[in-house]
Design a protein around this ligand. Structure first.
Ligand code: ADP
Length: 492
């Protein structure tokens, strides 16, 4: 099958969070299974060019209709760890992708409406006719809309779209200008509730809703989150739309790329290990303590890696630091905040705890350090308010770092409580789960994990090894996506 992924991220060249990991890992798995996969991405000024091999111009005269005129673009091609990627660079005063950041600009809707339009124009003008276009999140929600309303009539009538939602919080809600810019023009038509009109703001359009309405298949990143999004407020106002389209909506659990996230071959960690030689993990713990200037004490290290954002339960992350210290554990945090208030809060905490030899807060994004933390920590905490899939607990499991998670979204599909999960046999359980958002719930799960580490180290080790034995690679999800592609190809 010929598959084109259109996305705003692809790890490690463009990565703000899990979306980048998924776009890369899924593409790789699809290729291993014998499919032809290409990716279309924006050419940001701030992406990691050192991860692109052989970047060259592929299509220099792409003219993208925009507001009745056109923007001239160049398309570059290069390999990102083996994946063929096309990067779109517009030449206009808008400077859409030269902002020193991926997201967070006032005109984000316009930037990604342009990217979606340019990606389709590139396919059209370069005569690429994939069987399936797989697009991701709100940034590319307009792709299926434009495909069906415009490009279908210009020779792209056989292309089918799978649309994956990684996070319902950001939906691309905004005014009608994007319609006029992209050539969708008929405002009254698209402002209907069964098209793009936002379910709650009658004056706004919603890109993600458009993606759901117009795609042939819609997925989110875990079965439990698919259910939550349809039936609870986690769908952020799109529950009703998902309910209407439930026949084409499903949850496919994300995998992780075991060529990249694998303690046996990880080149960012000083000591490789497998579950057969679990003791070797302790060298990484020592290295982590040395690197972060923690005292070399025989205490469990609890880690948090992730965005510092309300979604992630920052009040519980904050509490976990102090509770770990009270319980004779060490704590390592690697995270970045985009909200100034949250950033200031953790900057303050960092200063306050600066001289404490049992804690280290690293504020920023650091891929290399994240590997050492996964390998060196004993436990990883994920106390999210909601979590579509969550990758940090899956990576933690692979590195024998026991997850302590809140039972929401994909965390429910991946972590099974050592003491209480009756649906999973004891030899398959792999972590600790709590459900409420209060401190007591968090503390009780942390206490169970820390107590096991101190009082029954052999059992703690077994629990970590049981987690390492899980297969959360792209193997199964890759097969599931192929089934979906096959279904949309033959059904429509
Ligand atoms: P989300 O997509 O909501 O940000 P996920 O758990 O799905 O969260 O994916 C997070 C990914 O980003 C993981 O690969 C994690 O290791 C990585 N990550 C998050 N924050 C950082 C950071 N500050 N430095 C390095 N890697 C990070």
């Amino acid at each position: 099958m010929y598959i084109v992924q259109i996305a705003s991220e692809c790890a490690p060249v463009i990565k703000a969070g899990g979306l980048g990991d998924v776009v890369y890992g899924l593409s790789r798995e699809l290729e291993i299974r014998g499919n032809c996969v290409e990716l279309i991405l924006p050419k940001y000024d701030c992406m990691r060019y050192d991860h692109i091999w052989g970047l060259h111009d592929a299509y220099l005269n792409l003219s993208v209709p925009w507001y009745g005129a056109a923007i001239h673009c160049s398309v570059y091609c290069g390999w990102v760890h083996g994946r063929v990627c096309f990067f779109i660079e517009p030449h206009s005063q808008d400077n859409f992708f030269n902002r020193g950041c991926y997201y967070g600009c006032d005109d984000d809707n316009m930037r990604f409406a342009f990217f979606s339009k340019a990606a389709l124009e590139f396919l059209l003008q370069s005569n690429k006719r994939p069987d399936v276009i797989h697009c991701h999140d709100w940034q590319t929600g307009l792709v299926p809309v434009m495909l069906n309303e415009i490009y279908k009539y210009h020779g792209m009538e056989y292309q089918r779209v799978c649309y994956t939602i990684h996070n319902f919080k950001h939906q691309g809600i905004g005014g009608a200008q994007t319609l006029w810019a992209t050539g969708l023009n008929q405002e009254a038509y698209y402002f209907q509730y069964d098209k793009l009109r936002d379910n709650f703001n009658p004056f706004a359009l919603n890109f993600m809703k458009g993606g759901i309405v117009y795609s042939n298949a819609v997925t989110t990143v875990s079965p439990n989150h698919a259910w939550e999004a349809r039936t609870t407020d986690v769908g952020s106002g799109l529950g009703h739309t998902l309910h209407l389209y439930q026949d084409k909506f499903s949850g496919v659990l994300n995998g992780i790329d075991y060529d990249f996230w694998n303690p046996d071959i990880d080149r960012y960690i000083p000591q490789n290990y497998t579950y057969d030689e679990f003791e070797q993990k302790s060298y990484n713990k020592k290295a982590l303590q040395e690197r972060l200037l923690l005292r070399p004490a025989d205490k469990p290290i609890i880690a948090y890696i992730g965005r510092l954002d309300n979604q992630k339960g920052v009040h519980l992350v904050h509490h976990a630091i102090y509770h770990a210290l009270n319980k004779e554990a060490q704590f390592v945090l690697l995270g970045s905040a985009t909200e100034p208030g949250i950033n200031a809060h953790f900057q303050h905490e960092k200063q306050f705890l600066n001289s404490n030899p049992d804690v280290h807060l690293e504020l920023g994004f650091n891929e290399e350090l994240s590997h050492l933390i996964y390998a060196g920590a004993d436990m990883i905490i994920v106390p999210s308010n909601y979590e579509p899939c969550g990758l940090t607990q899956i990576i933690g499991l692979k590195y024998g770092t026991v997850p302590i998670v809140r039972g929401v979204g994909g965390l429910v599909n991946t972590v099974f409580d050592r003491d209480f999960d009756q649906n999973v046999p004891p030899e398959k359980r792999n972590g600790y789960v709590f459900y409420q958002t209060d401190y007591n719930a968090l503390e009780s799960a942390m206490n169970r994990a820390i107590d096991l580490w101190y009082q029954h180290p052999e059992e703690f080790r077994n629990l970590a090894i049981q987690g390492m034995k899980y297969d959360y690679s792209w193997n199964l999800p890759g097969a599931e996506y192929l089934k979906i592609y096959d279904w949309i190809k033959h059904k429509w």
